[in-house]
Design a protein around this ligand. Structure first.
Ligand code: GLU
Length: 416
């Protein structure tokens, strides 16, 4: 079995590379390589059968020099503090790349949300919120959905926090249901933002969206909506993958029938309109675009050599290991890195937080327009840095994000 990568070290590799261009003062650089605060908690949950289970949960606030901590909470079996720290660091650069006034944070609970009943999931969420209470708040740290958490989980967090405060505090989380102060457009924001950056990248690379042979790994919120939207725009979805395996059809997969098949059977496998493959087999198929939108480290030294694609757009956080990244750059693959490509989610989270703080309701059209403006601007800025320094897009995005955070740290100075 492949050794589990050390995610945080992987994340720092990009920061070290960015610092070759930035030459930050030693103290500032060292500070950027360490999380500000991390909390590990134990979460006792009464299970439906009357037994007790104990889950480990984490919240890491990586850097909050530019504003309150911001980042999702994921429920994922085997998640570690190392992985949460890496994800919190990525959130820090991501918020800075799209220039929204937040720091970076992330949370996670080591559990398999797919086998928990709704009641068990609710009790776990409420107790986790209770344990996080000293750390979170609209001005301190604002959680959001991530892998295997959704608007229902956000509603429970908001309710538990509000009950403890004694009044309703919708802006303690983003990604809430619209009926509780959630923002229009939040559910599809990550995939819409990703598509905006893909369109920009395609223009820059002289490619064409029509018939773009695309494989999408992951059929959750980001994977599903990205595939669906690209399909609507004329791309050919040749491959899809979920946690059970992959399917492939070079002539294209029909997105509405596959969605129905997944709902009915719980998996993509054995779909009439495609062949079953392993994820690694799918990665080896000739494509124009791959969207990894599932787990960390999905593209790694074990499968990178066989990849035959022109572009990778990272819907997930940290889907390409640093070693695989080097191989892809050598192959000339254009990579839209996570901290740029999937930032649409946190951008609309920012809109949701702003609306909540000001008790305003923005229209869908307004949200889409503002999202497009922010994503296009960030893409252009990263592209310029990449060209000016003759470097890849991940390094360029990291240069931009880290530079903005470093400037905030420098201006604030060190307390006391
Ligand atoms: N979980 C998403 C991410 O990784 C969104 C975070 C947020 O909206 O705060 O970017």
């Amino acid at each position: 079995m492949m050794k589990k990568p050390v995610y945080f070290k992987e994340t720092l590799a990009a920061v070290e590379k960015a610092n070759q261009y930035l030459n930050l003062p030693e103290g500032v650089f060292k500070r950027l390589c360490l999380p500000t605060r991390s909390l590990t908690v134990n979460i006792p949950v009464k299970m439906d059968d009357g037994t007790m289970s104990f889950f480990t949960g984490y919240r890491v606030q990586y850097d909050m020099s530019r504003g309150p901590g911001k980042g999702g909470i994921r429920y994922h079996p085997g998640i570690t503090r190392d992985e949460v720290t890496a994800l919190a660091a990525l959130m820090t650069w991501k918020c800075a790349v799209v220039d929204i006034p937040f720091g970076g944070a992330k949370g996670g609970v080591d559990c398999d949300a797919r086998i928990l009943s709704l009641g068990e999931k609710e009790r776990l969420t409420r107790r986790f919120t209770y344990e996080l209470f000293p750390l979170i708040g609209p001005e301190k740290d604002i959680p959001a959905p991530d892998m295997y958490t959704d608007e229902q989980v956000m509603a429970w967090i908001m309710d538990t926090y509000s009950m403890m405060k004694g009044f309703t505090v919708p802006e303690v989380v983003t990604g809430k249901p619209v009926s509780l102060g959630g923002s229009k457009g939040r559910k599809t924001a990550t995939s819409e933002g990703l598509i905006i950056t893909i369109i920009e990248a395609i223009k820059a690379e002289g490619m064409c969206l029509e018939g773009l042979r695309t494989s999408v790994l992951g059929f959750g919120n980001v994977g599903y909506h990205s595939a669906r939207l690209l399909h609507m725009l004329g791309a050919t979805i040749v491959g899809l993958a979920d946690s059970h395996g992959a399917i492939y059809n070079p002539r294209g997969i029909n997105m509405s029938t596959i969605a129905r098949h997944k709902t009915e059977t719980g998996s993509l496998a054995d779909f009439e309109g495609a062949d079953n493959l392993t994820v690694d087999e799918l990665l080896a198929m000739e494509t124009d675009l791959i969207i990894p939108a599932a787990i960390c480290g999905q593209i790694n030294p074990g499968n990178v050599d066989s990849i035959k694609t022109r572009m990778i757009a990272e819907g997930a956080n940290g889907p390409v290991t640093s070693e695989a990244d080097r191989v892809l750059i050598e192959k000339g693959v254009f990579i839209i890195p996570d901290i740029l490509g999937n930032a649409g989610g946190v951008v609309v989270s920012y809109f949701e937080w702003l609306q909540g703080m000001q008790r305003l309701l923005w229209k869908s059209r307004e949200i889409k327009k503002k999202l497009k403006h922010i994503m296009t601007k960030a893409f252009g800025e990263v592209m310029d840095i990449s060209k000016d320094n003759n470097t890849d897009m991940r390094t360029a995005a990291t240069i931009l994000g880290v530079k903005r955070v470093a400037e905030a740290i420098k201006m604030r100075g060190f307390y006391p």
